[in-house]
Design a protein around this ligand. Sequence first.
Ligand code: UGY
Ligand code: MN
Length: 254
Amino acid sequence: MGYPQDLLASRSIIKRGNFALIPPEGLVKNVVPGFEQCDLTILASPRLGAKFVDYVVTMHEGGKNVQGFGEAGVETFVYCMEGRVKASADKQSFSLQEGGYLYCPPGVKLYLENEQVQDTKLFLYKQKYVPLDGSEHAPWVVSGNVHELEAMDYDNMTNVKLKDLLPTDLAFDMNFHILSFEPGGCHPFVETHYQEHGAIMLSGEGIYNLDNEWIPIKKGDYLYMGPYVPQATYAVGREPFAYLYSKDCNRDAS
Ligand code: UGY
Ligand code: MN
């Protein structure tokens, strides 16, 4: 059997600690203990320069992690991109459909079970939580669906919308957001900031400026943007260009 892909061409770009593009056609499967009947790929990780770990997981029929995902001092987050999954934060269970998500603070394990015969596609995240001095600020379990969240104009632009998935409370050391650009919509300026992002493209197409290199990006692609990497995009094509991304917040530089 021949290879379906041209091995001379790849869209992957890896610039450790700076930025990375990992397109879906380049993904390989990784075995992570605890995940059964799942195809899983580790995306950004400390080996790439990230403080967090991102994954994409396809759960087949009977797919699950019933051992619990998350270690001591680590926060976790799951987002359902397709299908339906039972996601539990210790004993609290949620049925997540497309756009549904669950955040578990440190000390609370995340359990996952595919609820359908067809595949369910997830985006998964973990990071060592940075506590605030004085322990009255402790994050809590959060679940919701992005389709029920208010979309705010991004920087006063009506063709770019932002949703915050987690509370803006100081207890949280990071947040997940969805940024959605109508075709022709763009960032108001090229950002350069201390925080890092992991981002999975949910729809559409865009041309992304990463460290002053312009790169075509589309649904299914994964981007890692390291601290201080200059970044901006404009949306092209016929549908909104939208992505889910993480951003550290509410903590001083360390
Ligand atoms: O929130 C952000 O930093 C966001 N605007 N960054 C990005 O879209 N690359
Ligand atoms: Mn940014």
